[in-house]
Design a protein around this ligand. Structure first.
Ligand code: OGA
Ligand code: ZN
Ligand code: ZN
Length: 401
């Protein structure tokens, strides 16, 4: 049976009704622009050989037939053919788009019972191990990697398994130690409130790695919070506050002797479907607010409401980093914090670096494709999506509460 049950023609589009029910609309201009034939696309590069601008929005099919493929002969004689599976994968009705959107697994403090974690050995054992690590990061916004050698630059070698290291004004890597003349509060022993790193950069750093080399000082416990869950609660309980944080542009500024990087971004960034895609929040480097005077008090009230939510014990995952642990988190979703520590009681040394999420998630898509292909020829069995009981292995980080 053909996956396409019937076709209906309308002036500007085709409606495809699928044999298992449901239908999707495909506009003529969209179909012509997405022709897969060898005259239209370079078969190796996969890129268009014609100019999209040359596709008229008024073009019409002369004939349309559907079996396994949808075949269209256009009024200029060009023939386009679309496998029905490809069409389904690229359908753009509201349901199809919603099904394709990222589905983060939101979490709260109870994640401490089984935090997403994986050992370096598991990551290196197989492509499935690497895929599991990347899925944890994609779905939970973080994963703790265990048994990373406690030597400098091991964090870079870990990062390079999934992406390119992203250099910033703090260097290719940065040493989180208490030191004289710090240019960043992280390089002191002060408490750090939940924050995202470097919201002042236009291209925000997005995946962050913090590798514990030594942690002998009293204090310095780590905290992670799912900012998407906090924002969901904010939207449910105080939609006006959510709207203010989504719309008021905040000036974020970092400045030291050599650098001054400033940009304006709201705290919450949503896409056109209203889905939250990014959080930028680091009150330590919030420059003096310069916005509509009428918004100043409402903005601060909204920020306070969100800040208190982020600090709710019901949301905070507390743990203590041990040497060899590496936090890997999505800095655009998961906020991180640490308690103050007492440097007179011992040394605390984390080494960090940033990588681009595009590279890591791109690596995941490639792995998914390769593993699916090898599954389908029966070479290897993959594991399912990251789920509660497939979160990890190795020794769990100890929780601090
Ligand atoms: C940082 C940071 C947290 C910590 O370096 O960006 O927030 O645990 N460090 O020291
Ligand atoms: Zn073509
Ligand atoms: Zn930080």
């Amino acid at each position: 049976m053909s996956p396409i049950a019937s076709l209906e023609r309308a002036p500007d589009r085709l409606r495809v009704t699928w044999s298992d029910g449901g239908h999707d609309d495909f506009h003529h201009v969209w179909l012509r622009d997405n022709c897969r034939c060898e005259t239209c696309r370079d078969p190796a590069a996969g890129e268009r050989l014609f100019d999209t601008v040359s596709v008229s929005s008024d073009l019409e099919p002369r004939t349309v037939t559907a079996a396994d493929d949808l075949v269209i002969e256009w009024d200029d004689g060009h023939v386009s053919s679309f496998p029905s599976r490809w069409l389904r994968e690229h359908a753009y009705g509201p349901a199809a788009r919603a099904a394709r959107a990222a589905q983060p697994t939101l979490w709260d403090a109870s994640i401490a019972q089984d935090p997403p974690h994986i050992s370096l050995a598991q990551i290196d054992a197989s492509d499935e191990g690497r895929r599991r690590w990347l899925r944890l990061i994609r779905d939970y916004g973080f994963a703790i990697v265990l048994d990373v050698p406690t030597r400098e630059d091991a964090v870079v070698q870990l990062a390079e398994r999934i992406a390119f290291v992203q250099e910033t004004n703090f260097g290719r890597t940065f040493e989180v130690v208490s030191k004289p003349d710090p240019n960043n509060l992280a390089y002191t022993s002060h408490r750090l409130f939940s924050h995202t790193d470097i919201p002042n950069r236009h291209s925000a750093v997005n995946l962050q790695l913090l590798h514990c080399i030594q942690n002998d000082a009293t204090g310095g416990e780590s905290i992670l919070v799912d900012g998407f869950e906090a924002a969901r609660r904010l939207q449910a309980t105080d939609p006006d506050a959510f709207e203010l944080l989504r719309t008021v542009e905040v000036p974020w500024r970092f400045q030291d002797d050599d650098t001054e990087i400033q940009n304006r971004f709201p705290v919450l960034h949503t896409d056109r479907d209203g889905r939250l895609v990014e959080i930028r929040l680091n009150t330590g480097i919030m420059a003096p607010l310069d916005t509509d005077p009428e918004l100043v008090v409402p903005f601060y009230r909204a920020l306070r409401t969100f800040g208190l939510l982020l600090r709710d014990p019901d949301l905070e995952y507390h743990f203590r980093m041990a040497p060899g642990h590496c936090q890997v988190f999505d800095n655009q979703r998961v906020l991180h914090a640490r308690a103050a520590f007492d440097p007179s009681t011992g040394r605390r040394h984390l080494q960090g670096c940033y990588v681009d999420k595009d590279d890591a998630l791109g690596r995941l898509r490639t792995l998914e494709r390769q593993l699916a292909a090898s599954d389908s020829v029966g070479v290897a069995a993959g594991d399912g999506p990251a789920s509660h009981d497939a979160r990890g292995g190795g020794h769990l980080p100890s929780t601090s509460r």
